[in-house]
Design a protein around this ligand. Structure first.
Ligand code: BEZ
Length: 211
């Protein structure tokens, strides 16, 4: 069954390029990004894995671990790793799960038979410290993901988990945020001492409270 927002991320134990991983234990108290790759030694995946590896420090700063999954075995991933480092200029610095039996792919509904019977789509799951799924994204195999967007959404998820706010269209860290409608004007004045701008009764902007 498809994974929905708010579901507990299915736990599993799997072999990876960095040894055996029990997913929930491995996540620890932080955030995680689990993302799937249709198959090893494929061009788009090679650019994506290298691209994420090059930006790993940004995920570390956000207390977020990266883990990839591809439906080939760990021995194949180990051979592919050297290509990724060579092509993208950054060594792979996070684990890839060996999923030749499709255990993780099936748990997370990453194989969409109308797209392919054997390869996964490009799924992204962001998991919070409570092990619940905070975001899902699904791209076709032919479209590579965008690291900027995943970092951006992580910033929004972490901000909105900490404060009663939401982030508007095209929001970037540092931009004004929207005060949640569960907060009335009197409480908003207290909670957001830098004030707020009321465009409509239901649309009030305030400077990002974490800046
Ligand atoms: C790729 O990663 O390049 C890819 C994988 C499967 C289908 C199409 C492209």
């Amino acid at each position: 069954m498809a994974i929905r927002l708010g579901d507990v991320a299915p736990d599993f134990t799997a072999e990876t390029t960095e040894g055996t991983v029990n997913f929930h234990e491995w996540l620890g108290e932080g955030w995680g990004v689990l993302f799937s790759h249709p198959k090893d030694f494929t061009p788009v995946c090679t650019t994506e894995l290298g691209g994420f590896a090059a930006r790993k420090a940004e995920f570390d700063q956000r207390n977020t671990k990266l883990i990839a999954v591809s439906v080939d075995d760990v021995a194949s991933h180990q051979r592919w790793k050297s290509d990724i480092g060579e092509v993208q200029g950054t060594e792979l610095n996070f684990p890839i799960i060996g999923d030749e039996k499709h255990t993780v792919a099936d748990l997370y509904d990453m194989i969409h038979p109308n797209a392919s019977d054997t390869m996964t789509v490009r799924s992204v799951f962001i998991i919070g410290p409570d092990k619940k799924v905070k975001l899902t994204l699904t791209y076709p195999a032919s479209t590579g993901r965008n690291v900027d967007e995943i970092v951006r959404v992580l910033d929004s998820l972490q901000l909105t988990a900490a404060f009663p706010v939401a982030t508007p269209l095209d929001w970037r860290p540092g931009d004004d945020v929207i005060i949640a409608n569960s907060v009335n004007d009197a409480d908003a004045a207290e909670k957001f001492p830098r004030g707020f701008r009321k465009v409509k009764d239901y649309l009030r902007f305030t400077p990002a409270p974490n800046k």
